[in-house]
Design a protein around this ligand. Structure first.
Ligand code: F6R
Length: 361
């Protein structure tokens, strides 16, 4: 049942190329995006509210940057557990997008119902067919990740991300912001993702080796800017939930407003450096931490070799259009969390205190 892998999580990590490919194939036919959103007035949307919990909230954070860039629609990203108790300001021209693997998360479902009560159009991105959120939303788009057993999500997260990308491209096109040629370019870039994820997975032994050195780490920091910040949030959650190592994700520039006081000799700091407009800024934050004793790991695209002047250990990922590179940057972070959990002898697939589906608030 684990397909030769020791844990479901590792099996599911390796199923990511397929989860991404199947999800893309379900909504891209003959180089055209095919989505059933009949009746949704995309060109007049005034705001998009992404509402989710946990990793699905991290997907929403990544989507924020991509949607605003490709659609020029203002985006808010909301934790479902906050949104539902806040009497949120919503207009009939808004769209509420709920992202959920299980489709049963209590807070996400309550947030969806709240939006519906107020007469706001709702769209759900869900993995489990016929789940409550899928049934109740006005529009549903399914991730085709297949059943996910491991409590820590990997392949559903990756499938949610690509659905988000395609939706952003579609909205941008419907609003007349993206020409045919640009759409074709984005779709052809997206089609390279499955192979490139496989390529990242080939480097797993290096991460296993690195994890074996760091299994006694007490605190780990993840930093990045823009999409890299969204990926840092996910890397940090993966690590803490399955390896029980305390970790924090910070928008790189925010570190010096408090948390940098926690950096001491040997603290592991992981910089996600994939965005060409931003990575030099993140590197300068990494340098500041190194001078305070931090040990630096970097995730960067092939070709950014100057990062080795700063980082002690670098994992390279293939290049792709920068909107989509988070899908590659997250893979080494999943692997690192996995190997740290294994090297500590923990129950990778069923971490303590956690449930796969959080159906109570
Ligand atoms: C983390 C994880 C959780 C879920 C969260 C939402 O690895 O799996 O943070 O992302 O509980 O669950 P769904 O997506 O089912 O609504």
């Amino acid at each position: 049942e684990k397909g030769g892998y020791e844990h479901f999580m590792m099996k599911e990590i390796h199923e990511q190329p397929k989860a991404v490919e199947d999800t893309l194939n379900s909504i891209i036919k003959d180089n055209q995006i095919v989505l059933d959103l009949e009746g949704l007035d995309i060109s007049n949307l005034s705001q998009i509210h992404f509402v989710a919990c946990g990793s699905a909230w991290h997907v929403s954070m990544a989507c924020q940057y991509i949607f605003e860039d490709l659609t020029h629609i203002p985006v808010r990203v909301e934790l479902a557990s906050e949104f539902r108790y806040r009497n949120p300001l919503l207009s009939k021209k808004d769209l509420v997008i709920v992202i959920s693997q299980s489709g049963e998360t209590a807070d996400s479902l309550a947030a969806l119902r709240l939006a519906k009560e107020k007469g706001i159009p709702t769209l759900a991105i869900v993995n489990v067919l016929g789940s409550s959120i899928a049934r109740e939303a006005d529009y549903v788009l399914y991730t085709l990740a297949g059943p996910e057993i491991s409590v820590a999500t990997t392949k559903a997260y990756s499938a949610q991300l690509v659905l988000g990308y395609v939706l952003a491209i579609y909205f941008g096109k419907e609003k007349g912001l993206l020409e045919e040629e640009k759409v074709r370019y984005y779709l052809s870039e997206l089609n390279t993702l499955p192979k490139k994820i496989e390529r990242v997975l080939e480097d797993k032994e290096r991460l296993q080796w690195f994890a074996s050195k760091y299994s006694n780490a007490k605190d780990v920091f993840f930093i990045g800017r823009g999409i890299d910040y969204a990926i840092s949030l996910e890397g940090s959650l993966k690590l803490k939930e399955i390896s029980y190592i305390h970790s924090e994700a910070y928008a790189a520039g925010e570190l010096k407003h408090g948390a940098i006081s926690l950096i001491e000799d040997g603290t592991l700091l992981i910089g996600v450096c994939t965005q060409s407009q931003l990575y030099e800024k993140t590197i300068s934050n990494m340098v500041e931490c190194k001078s305070r004793g931090a040990y630096l790991m970097a995730v960067a695209p092939y070709g950014y070799y100057q990062i080795e002047d700063t980082a002690n250990f670098t994992t390279y990922i293939p290049r792709i259009d920068e909107h989509f590179i988070g899908s590659l940057a997250v893979i080494p972070l999943q692997l690192l969390a996995y190997y740290l959990s294994v090297s500590k002898g923990l129950d990778v697939d069923k971490p303590r205190n956690l449930a796969k589906s959080v159906t109570v608030e």
